[in-house]
Ligand binder design. Structure first.
Ligand code: HEC
Ligand code: HEC
Length: 265
């Protein structure tokens, strides 16, 4: 009997932890004034996978990021935690503001590039390769600290010309089939494309675990995939063109809650 009671208590503890650490939000939360998260267009199975932190395969990246946060690297003998301590406090809300204009470089930085700047300038460590598991893990971990908070990037002042550049990119037809991002993601959300339901192309869940790629994936990798499916030459991940585009797309999803790690088909 005692063993059984202990077992039930353990189950209750697991359930309580699940409730505290899962998304499982009401569907209305994934839609803000007609702006819909990709979650909105997922089938029930994929939604359940994202909802449960124990099943969500993107949580591996978050956990790996938590370990990397405390790992000393570089010539200064420091980790991220040496200066920023508890990420749950110091990184809360940070992902909602990125990408953002950076006065020092005179351009747009996203979270990936800020992480690398921090490694180089504050730790004397080598920058991480774009789309490497390490950079995806740190980006996921930092974004996860903002889960549930609304995206709110600044497109005013010096960010304005980059925003305009991204906006133009979005609506410009390109490639052999002569279509624009807008022609799928503004005009056709909800429609089927070779078995995929087209969403609005929002980024509030990124980095996302993409099931067809079996891995956690960045916004720029998604841009590259869409560019290629338009039979248009993609730009390098982390390039200024994609940073401007990322700023525009983040603004397009303003108010949507950060979901990282999201699960997408
Ligand atoms: C030597 C101390 C130090 C270390 C080590 C350090 N940081 Fe920072 N970080 C700072 C300071 C100070 C700022 C704010 C001022 C600035 O931008 O330099 C900052 C800013 C940031 C920001 C921007 C926050 C915002 O609100 O825009 C992020 C994100 C960040 N750090 C992440 C990291 C990560 C990830 C690591 C480890 C790879 C790291 N930092 C290592 C001191 C440090
Ligand atoms: C031919 C239609 C089509 C075009 C054109 C297109 N995409 Fe996509 N896009 C898709 C499909 C299909 C997916 C995967 C399902 C989904 O989330 O919409 C996708 C996914 C995305 C996502 C991820 C959404 C999420 O919830 O994680 C983003 C961001 C995105 N596209 C941006 C773009 C950008 C930027 C362009 C222009 C360079 C573009 N797309 C052009 C069809 C298209």
């Amino acid at each position: 009997m005692r063993a059984r009671a202990a077992f039930l208590l353990a189950c209750a503890a697991v359930l309580a932890a699940t409730a505290a650490h899962a998304q499982g939000w009401p569907i209305a939360r994934y839609s803000v004034e007609g702006r819909n998260s990709g979650y909105f267009y997922l089938g029930q199975q994929t939604r359940l996978l994202q909802d449960d932190d124990f099943q969500n395969p993107g949580m591996f990246a978050v956990d790996a990021g938590a370990a990397a946060w405390r790992r000393v690297d570089g010539t200064q003998g420091r980790s991220c935690a040496s200066c920023h301590q508890n990420a749950a406090e110091t990184m809360k809300g940070v992902a909602t503001r990125y990408p953002a204009y950076d006065a020092k470089s005179g351009g747009i930085l996203n979270l990936e590039l800020v992480i690398n700047r921090e490694r180089v300038e504050k730790m004397g460590a080598a920058p991480l390769v774009y789309e490497s598991p390490e950079l995806l893990a740190m980006t996921s971990y930092i974004s996860h600290q903002s889960r549930g908070l609304p995206k709110a990037v600044d497109i005013t002042g010096p960010a304005a010309p980059f925003f305009e550049q991204g906006k133009d990119f979005w609506s410009t037809r390109r490639g052999q089939i002569d279509i624009s991002c807008a022609m799928c993601h503004d005009d056709r959300p909800g429609m089927l494309l070779r078995g995929d339901t087209i969403s609005q192309g929002q980024t509030n869940g990124h980095p996302m675990y993409r099931l067809i790629w079996h891995t956690i994936s960045s916004t720029h990798r998604m841009f590259e995939w869409c560019n290629t499916s338009m039979r248009a030459e993609p730009y390098p991940l982390g390039s200024p063109v994609y940073l401007a585009l990322e700023l525009y797309v983040a603004w397009r999803g303003r108010g949507l809650p950060v979901e990282t790690p999201s699960v997408r088909k």
